[in-house]
Ligand binder design. Structure first.
Ligand code: NAD
Length: 268
């Protein structure tokens, strides 16, 4: 039924590191719906993997982009302008924090690591949105999607500086949505439950988070990357044409709980 939903649409997908990446699940969903894809990869170490994955979806528009480098960002959007003469969809699925900051206390976060986490995980959305704006405006509008987590709203042990970065990301998307809405550009986020990816593995106690979801969430099961892919397809598509500045959860309902996972598990 969704085949062809994004036919004729051109999408830039950032944040693919390997086949477990949430961005990869999103790319597959967009491809199935008929979108044409371009990809970025963080640096030479990831190039081969991302090129191979992109090729499996018929894409050879694969560009290096370290989100901390303005030159890289400029080059990517210039290339899209030349290749596509515009852009319809942007998937921002990039985040980073130093491993030690996801293990120790938030209180001990150093200045440099704090700024790095915020730069890569939050400012990068702004940096991409400002460059996507003219390309999307040339199409009469567009849709931008980023990835967040409940730890940006409430304390999740060990999420620490990444939670603060997600709070900044979520606020940024609302300001972007407010301003870019005038050009018919929508900006939304998906707040996903735990998915075992490269980035997730650096969060201390990640398996405890998964256990909590399984025992205490309304659906009593963990989500899969494909669940995020399908929600992303909806949010990026015309089906969501009047949804913007929003954060939609795909977390088996975990966000509804006030906490106390032990009691939640026992209560049923
Ligand atoms: P992942 O490791 O597969 O993806 C993270 C991506 O960020 C990688 O592709 C990496 O190359 C990229 N990245 C890091 N630093 C970068 C930089 N300086 N420049 C450019 N790219 C950079 O992990 P993932 O779980 O798929 O993460 C994708 C997004 O989903 C992140 O925003 C993450 O916070 C979010 N998220 C993940 C989960 C989860 O449980 N996995 C849950 C909710 C939200």
């Amino acid at each position: 039924m969704l085949d062809g939903l994004l036919k004729g649409k051109q999408a830039l997908v950032t944040g693919v590191a390997n086949k477990r990446s949430i961005a990869w699940a999103i790319a597959q969903a967009l491809h199935r719906a008929g979108a044409q894809l371009a990809f970025t990869y963080q640096g030479p170490r990831l190039e081969g993997t991302v090129r191979e994955l992109a090729a499996s979806l018929g894409s050879d528009l694969v560009l290096e982009c370290d989100a901390t480098r303005d030159d890289d960002l400029d080059r990517v959007f210039q290339r899209l302008q030349v290749a596509w003469d515009g852009l319809d969809l942007l998937v921002h699925s990039v985040a980073f924090a130093a491993r030690e900051d996801l293990e120790g206390r938030f209180t001990d976060t150093g200045r440099a690591n704090f700024l790095m986490a915020l730069e890569i995980s939050a400012y990068s959305l702004v940096a991409m949105a400002q460059r996507a704006e003219p390309l999307m405006a040339a199409r009469g509008g567009g849709s931008i999607l980023t990835m967040t987590y409940l730890g940006g709203e409430r304390v999740v042990p060990h999420y620490n500086v990444m939670g603060v970065a997600k709070a900044a990301l979520e606020s940024s998307l609302r300001y972007l949505a407010f301003e870019l809405g005038q050009k018919n550009i929508r900006v939304n986020a998906i707040s996903a439950g735990p998915v075992r990816t490269l980035a997730a593995r650096s969060i201390a106690g990640f398996t405890v988070m998964e256990d909590h979801v399984e025992r205490a969430s309304p659906l009593r099961r963990n989500i899969e990357a494909a669940d995020v892919g399908e929600l992303a397809l909806f949010l990026l598509s015309p089906l969501a044409r009047n949804i913007t500045a929003d954060i939609v959860y795909v977390d088996s309902g975990m966000h509804a709980l006030a906490g106390f996972p032990e009691q939640a598990a026992v209560a049923r």
